[in-house]
Design a protein around this ligand. Structure first.
Ligand code: SF4
Ligand code: SF4
Length: 267
C-alpha cells in the first residue's frame, strides 16, 4: 500500500466496475498508521471507497472476520461471503488485477517474506514464480545454523517444510526459520476442560471436542460440528494450557471430512 497505493486504488475501481458495486472498504489494522494515512489521502476523491482502521487482533485477515469488522455482517456457517453481499480481496490480488488490466501483465511473481530470529537479512522479497526457494533463501543470508524447523507460511498457520528444493509459486507467502529451541514442542497433557480453546476460536467452534472426534474417527459428528468452518488460524492450539495439538487433529479431520463431502457431491 505504501509503495503501490495509486495502483491499488485503480485496482479497486476496476473490481468495483466488474462486480457492479458502489462501495468498497479498505480494512487496515490500526498499527499501520502510515498505510491508513496514505490510502486515505489517495482515496479521498475516489467515489465509494472508504478506509476503515481496524482493531489489531488475530485472526483479523480471515474473510469472515474481515467482513464482520468492516460491515458488521456475519457470514453464516458453510456460506460464502457473497451470501451477505460481500466479496473480499487481499491487497496483492488487487494489485495483480491492476497489472493484468492496465499493464497486460499476468501474475508471474509475488512478495515473499523471509524471516526468523537468526536470518541474516530478513525482509520482503519480490520473487518470480519458479525461482528455487533455495535461491531466495540464499539472498536472505542462507539457512541459519541453529535452524530447528523451516515453516512455509506464517507462525500460526504455516506448515513445516521437509525441503527447500522446490520452486516458489502463487501460494508461497513466506518462509519462517524457527530455531531449535523455538521448534521444540512441549509434551501434550490431558485436556482439563478449561474452555480456553472455545473462547479463542473466531469461528465459534469447539476445538477440544473436534479433536476428540477426529481421534475417534467420528467423521459424521465432526461434520455436524462444522469442522469445515475451521480457518486453520491456530488460536486454539496457541491458547491451550495443556499444549494439546488441536490444529493437527482438526487439519487431518478437515482433509478426511472434506473428502467425504466431495465424494457425496459427485454421486
Ligand atoms: S484453528 Fe482452532 S481456533 Fe482457529 S478456527 Fe480452527 S478450531 Fe477455531
Ligand atoms: S484449551 Fe486445551 S485444556 Fe482447555 S478445553 Fe481446550 S483442549 Fe482442553
Amino acid at each position: 500500500m505504501l509503495e503501490h497505493g495509486e495502483e491499488i486504488i485503480i485496482g479497486i475501481q476496476i473490481l468495483m466496475r466488474a462486480l457492479n458495486i458502489n462501495k468498497a472498504v479498505i480494512g487496515i489494522e490500526r498499527n499501520k498508521p502510515d498505510a491508513i494515512a496514505r490510502m486515505r489521502e489517495l482515496s479521498k476523491d475516489a467515489a465509494g471507497i472508504v478506509v476503515k482502521p481496524l482493531m489489531v487482533k488475530y485472526p483479523q485477515g480471515g474473510e469472515k472476520q474481515l467482513i464482520d469488522a468492516c460491515t458488521g455482517r456475519q457470514v453464516p456457517s458453510g456460506a460464502l461471503p457473497i451470501e451477505v453481499g460481500a466479496v473480499v480481496d487481499n491487497v496483492a490480488t488487487i494489485y495483480a488485477v491492476y497489472e493484468a488490466v492496465q499493464k497486460n501483465k499476468p501474475l508471474i511473481s509475488r512478495i515473499m517474506t523471509i524471516t526468523g530470529k537468526s536470518v541474516a537479512h530478513p525482509g520482503n522479497y519480490s520473487v518470480r514464480f519458479g525461482t528455487p526457494l533455495s535461491e531466495v533463501i540464499a539472498l536472505a543470508g542462507g539457512v541459519p545454523e541453529d535452524t530447528g524447523k523451516i515453516i512455509g507460511g506464517g507462525p500460526m498457520m504455516g506448515r513445516a517444510m521437509n525441503s527447500i528444493d522446490m520452486p516458489a509459486h502463487k501460494r508461497t507467502s513466506g518462509i519462517l526459520f524457527l530455531t531449535e529451541a523455538e521448534s521444540r514442542r512441549v509434551e501434550p497433557e490431558n485436556c482439563i476442560r478449561c474452555g480456553k480453546c472455545v473462547s479463542a476460536c473466531p469461528m465459534g467452534l469447539e476445538p477440544y471436542l473436534l479433536s476428540k472426534m477426529v481421534d475417534k474417527q467420528m467423521w459424521d459428528e465432526a461434520e455436524d460440528h462444522a469442522i469445515m468452518d475451521c480457518i486453520d488460524c491456530g488460536s486454539c492450539m496457541f491458547t491451550c494450557p495443556s499444549h494439546r495439538p488441536l490444529l493437527d487433529y482438526i487439519r487431518s479431520g478437515k482433509a478426511k471430512v472434506g473428502g467425504i463431502i466431495r465424494a457425496r457431491q459427485t454421486k
